[in-house]
Design a protein around this ligand. Structure first.
Ligand SMILES: Cc1ncc(COP(=O)(O)O)c(/C=C/C(=O)C(=O)O)c1O
Length: 351
């Protein structure tokens, strides 16, 4: 039975023997062979399906560590700013530890599945008349003046937990891949993976480190443009961030790994989301498809060498944001059909 991130990688995490382990069995997510993407690119492509975590995104990896340490420290409340998945995860893990979750979210731009999670877990929800970056600025100030633990990815223990995904990739493949692709929003995850890959290579558990390729949405691409984006805008609301907290760490991951951070349009992201579901059977929320859009973009631009081993992290489950999926679905809404077998056979294209 998989014990969750802390028990599986205890000696690589900033926990001690008397840290209470607050877990929902996070981690140990599937590494799925992507046949269609492999055919399209001539590479060996794998998907690290992080939507399979307990609250539906990779955030659980960092939250189990952050909340366990907050419980050990005797904190009574935790606070975070979020585009949705961090708050969903913080709420679930906090209540398990008997802590009060206080979450700040940007008005109007949070996927309903994530909002539902924060609400049903009983988080204290504050909807800010502003963007994610405003929420983050405020929680940093709250952390300074009130007895609350800050559990955003500005808290390094979050990235410690998130680096375990790189360990799992190496454990599953027997080595690090040549390339690792993933979305970049607040930019903690690309930094976390890079840290994990470096640790495994140092300990000779991998023969190399991969190039880290991060992808931002064109309307929210501060790292690509080299400037803060005052009004970030993208349908991929999870990565609608104009001033990433881990900007410097993400650039270090890009440069030290010989990788790249590029941008893809919303059109490319939503097409990748649809293609991934229709061809590989993997349904992810829009932001999570940015790495897949990035792979197809890289292939079209000739950046991709055939035969490379490529891992793409798809970061959150598609059920988080069904509104966007349905808005852009190409499905022809079939009219309600009479409860008659012959009629169904005709509508279903069997007859
Ligand atoms: C599905 C999904 N995909 C990609 C990202 C980007 O990861 P980072 O580059 O490490 O920020 C997020 C991030 C979400 C939040 O930052 C939050 O929940 O506040 C996400 O939820």
């Amino acid at each position: 039975q998989w014990q969750g991130v802390i028990e599986e990688y205890r000696d690589r995490l900033p926990v001690s023997a008397d840290t209470p382990v607050v877990t929902l069995g996070e981690g140990g997510t599937p590494l799925v062979a992507a046949q269609w993407l492999s055919e399209q690119t001539g590479c060996e492509v794998w998907l690290k399906v992080e939507g399979n975590n307990p609250t539906g995104s990779f955030k659980d990896r960092g939250m189990t560590v952050a909340i366990s340490l907050a419980a050990q420290a005797g904190d009574k409340a935790v606070v975070c700013a979020s585009t949705g998945n961090t708050s969903a995860s913080a709420a679930a893990y906090a209540v398990r530890a008997g802590l009060v979750p206080l979450v700040l979210i940007p008005a109007g731009r949070i996927a309903k599945g994530k909002l539902a999670q924060a609400i049903v877990h009983g988080a204290r929800l504050v909807t800010i008349d502003g963007g994610f970056d405003d929420c983050l600025r405020i929680v940093r100030e709250l952390g300074k003046h009130y007895p609350v633990a800050l559990v955003n990815s500005v808290n390094p223990v979050r990235l410690e937990g998130q680096k375990t995904a790189a360990f799992e990739v190496c454990d599953a493949l027997g080595d690090a891949p040549d390339l690792h692709l993933l979305p970049v929003g607040n930019a903690g995850n690309i930094a976390a993976y890079w840290k994990g890959y470096q640790e495994y290579a140092k300990d000779k558990l991998a023969s190399k480190t991969p190039q880290m390729w991060g992808f931002q949405a064109e309307g929210a691409a501060p790292i690509v443009r080299g400037a803060i984006v005052e009004k970030p805008d993208t349908a991929a609301t999870a990565i609608r961030v104009g001033n990433p907290a881990s900007w410097t760490l993400a650039e270090a991951a890009r440069d030290e790994s010989g990788g790249r951070i590029e941008m893809v349009t919303d059109e490319q992201i939503l097409t990748a989301q649809r293609e991934l579901a229709a061809r590989e059977g993997v349904f992810v929320e829009p932001a999570s498809a940015a790495g897949v859009a990035g792979l197809l973009h890289a292939k079209a631009n000739g950046w991709l060498h055939g035969g490379s081993t490529v891992v793409i992290t798809v970061t959150g489950h598609g059920l988080k944001d069904i509104d966007t999926a349905l808005d852009h679905a190409k499905v022809d809404e079939s009219p309600v059909t009479p409860a008659d077998t012959d009629a169904v056979a005709r509508v279903a294209g069997l007859a």
